[in-house]
Write a protein that binds this ligand. Sequence first.
Ligand SMILES: O=P(O)(O)OC[C@H]1O[C@H](O)[C@H](O)[C@@H](O)[C@@H]1O
Length: 558
Amino acid sequence: MSLTEYNRWMQKNLEDPDLVEELEKMVGNAEAIEDAFYRNLAFGTGGLRGVIGAGSNRMNIYTVAKASQGIANDILKTCGEKARKVAVSYDSRNKSKEFAQIASEVFAANGITVYLYPQLMPTPCLSYAVRELDCAAGVMITASHNPAKYNGYKVYGSDGCQITTEAAERILAEIEKVDIFGDVKRIPFDTGMKKGAIASIPDSVYTGFVEEVKKLSLAKEEELDKHVKIVYSPLNGTGLKPVIRTLSELGYTDVTVVKEQEQPDGNFPTCPYPNPEIREAMQLSIEYAKRENAELVFATDPDCDRVGIAVRKGDDFVLLSGNETGCLLLDYICKMRIANNTMPKHPVMVKTIVTTDMGEKIASHYGVETINVLTGFKFIGEQIAILEEKGRKDDYIFGFEESYGYLSGTHVRDKDAVNGATLICEMFAYYKAKGIGLLEQLQNLYKQFGYEKNSLYSFEFEGAKGAEKMKHVMQQFRGCSEKICGYSIQHLYDYSDGIGDLPKSDVLKYVLENDCSIVVRPSGTEPKLKLYLSICASDMDAAENKEKELMKELKKWF
Ligand SMILES: O=P(O)(O)OC[C@H]1O[C@H](O)[C@H](O)[C@@H](O)[C@@H]1O
């Protein structure tokens, strides 16, 4: 199958010379051909995602055009003429702009009006545009925080949320029916613009987004020290303009941007893995902060939907995890809303099943209901739509996940790092005015709710062979039902059977007798197995010892 498809690509007169060159290099290399052609790109946690290059399993103008044709076919079947509108945005990655244009050409050729941002824009701005412009769908070209060799294609429904299980299956079925060379319609981009089939998204939409984020501030002016020294890195992505504009309009006076990571650059030259979850991505910002004597550091990923922070501890900086930041934000939001009298009667917080249970403890302390969903912020966005259908949209107060995603409003339906970053700065400025640091506040939460250490370990499994190995490791885990690492399993949750209302998913959770839990699942965005440890202990030292002991055993499995 792979070889037949490879030969078919070889015989086509491909318009992208990079692809032709790459295909020629594959001659006689069975493994390379297999990796590039053994399957079509599949919908994972964050839509389609893959390495940029030639092949059906790669991100290129053909796979992008094919996906767009499949979406177009779905829109033509399900929407009346007036509703046939799509919003498109793209980030700073290599080929992102080109892919956004190709997608626009395909939609326009199918009689679907395209609204395209005239310059790169974050994922949350796309979600906002879909809702604001009343579109049937949205497309964001990005591979989020993945390394530079990746790109991707996130698909949004009319509510501005990434499509979830049923819609994803329906659209994927449409995409699979499309022959990559024979069935795709396209018109030249310029023709589309001239005919008005492709239009630029007006600046008022972007301004509307910024205004919505600003409205989510919770503190009164006099409660904040807005002169706090902040260092910010957009990690060569889309965050620079919206983040700086929002912070400056809100009155923050001292924000330094990391020069080397300020301008959009898809090669991410100073930061090969532009993921604020890892220290290397924050390193340059931390060096700036030490030099500038700053107190707070934050970075947004290339499509500006996730944000990571570091805070000063003596002469150095410590990174806060997504769980820690999320818990601090949740506590802050609840406290402020109660003080402001804006807490709804039946407030709701949404988090994913791999996000700390401490979130639930904080929520319940403030009388907030917690909804747990599968990994993927799309499932958090989906819950907002469910509340909206019941006339309860305003009951949503916060959604967060351990992978650095936060959303405290309903203006968009995906994680929003402009919102997250703004709220983090506000929370910092609030506690600063009271003489409290974020680390100290975190300790206060641990005292109140019990200490819990959460860690994430990722194990890479590249290519077709890697995918097989991953399956094997999951099978081995499934074989364990009594003991793991010498500890009795008190509860085993296998989400592949579907638990409660959750869709089926390849996730295993073990609750152990020693107050620890282990979750293992294949990543839906990268060729990795992810292992989440959650350890309750009296303090950090005790938790670290437990973790070392568990990891000594668990590492052998991978
Ligand atoms: O763990 P993965 O499937 O790779 O997903 C990594 C992350 O991707 C996106 O950012 C989703 O919104 C997150 O919910 C998810 O945690």
